[in-house]
Design a protein. Structure first.
Length: 156
């Protein structure tokens, strides 16, 4: 649900055309369960229920908002947290995609004693995971591709 507010701008005493401005919900309303949170680097990220850090994301009056749909969040200039392949990811050292990654294929497929595990950018072990192609490790372009090839997400 969005509310529109019209603002009249006066420039040197001259009335400029009304500008629509979107007002967002800071108070939670039923059915609006997408959290918009300002990241460390002032990135406007939204989190859907089921995102690994959804429960930790706090909504306060510092610029965070509730959204009723992903489309509403995107229209307001917010980006999905932790997404890849052309969409924003959080900016931190763990999110830097190595130069040897094929374009658009930033998911690391790693073999360990615990099996074949894939790691997405911005996850706990992404930065320290090295791809050793000689051991059958590889890059994936999507989570679906990794799962179809028999790899699983990390347990933590």
């Amino acid at each position: 649900m969005e509310t529109r507010i019209t603002i009249i701008v006066l420039l040197f005493g001259i009335s400029i055309a009304p500008l629509p401005v979107m007002a967002f919900q800071v108070a939670h309303q039923p059915g609006c369960n997408i959290k918009g949170n300002l990241g460390r680097h002032k990135l406007k990220l939204y989190y859907r229920p089921g995102h690994p850090t959804y429960k930790k994301v706090k909504i306060n009056k510092r610029g965070e908002h509730w959204f009723c749909s992903e489309q509403e969040a995107r229209n307001a200039g917010w980006q999905e947290a932790g997404s890849i392949n052309g969409r924003a990811i959080k900016k931190s050292d763990d999110c830097i995609i190595p130069p040897q990654a094929p374009k658009g294929c930033a998911i690391k497929g790693n073999k360990s004693r615990n099996g074949k595990i894939y790691h997405e950018p911005c996850t706990r072990y992404y930065k320290e995971t090295k791809i050793r192609t000689q051991l059958g490790e590889r890059w994936f372009c999507s989570v679906q591709e990794a799962i179809a090839a028999g790899w699983r997400a990390p347990r933590r």
